[in-house]
Write a protein that binds this ligand. Sequence first.
Ligand SMILES: [Zn+2]
Length: 231
Amino acid sequence: MDAELIARRYPGLKPFAPPPPPPSVKPVTLNAAHPLVFSRVPITEKVVFVTIDDGVEKDPAFVQMVKDFKIPLTLSLADTLIRDDYRYFAELYATGYVSIQNHTLTHPLAMPRMSAARQLEEIAGQQEKLKREYGTTPYIFRPPGGNYNATTVTAVKEAGLRGMMLWKESMEIHDMQYQTAAHRLRPGDIILCHFRGPAQLKGETMVQMMANLYRHIQAQGFTVADITHYA
Ligand SMILES: [Zn+2]
């Protein structure tokens, strides 16, 4: 039933295989006293993690896509990019398939050049807003542009988060950008995507871009698991 619906709505795609049961001990050990910076999960199963950042595009069809595929996604949201429509992300959260994490108040790409107080304000301020809007307390921080320094790690700790998540691949419009020469997914890789729409994707939609990503993942024989079960 699901397979039929998915093939009809998303040509070339099938439901993802169920992920292996969550490990009894999380392979990435986060620590409130010393937040850990990580960009993959040390596992051998053919599992990857899909993370979606920022929040500019708010495509209603993507909410349906999340419900159709039923795979876990991690959203790292920045307040200035979501504040014109907090409800959109509440709808995504209500699907039960997403976790919401912290991506600062204003998405400063030059975080390492900011004072300790400003960095803390960006993270702690967004922590408060996400708690207020969605009733969830993020514990993972994603630095805008992947740019951070030791002061950022301290700010992450002081804001009460336990880890800082980078990535191994990023999704463009049709293709993935790999950090390694092999141009292949590896078990435990974290993939970066963004909430983007036709204005940022040369006319393609968020759903088309995510379908392209899912095709890459399926073609390489991987499935998708929940980072919050592994870190
Ligand atoms: Zn970002």
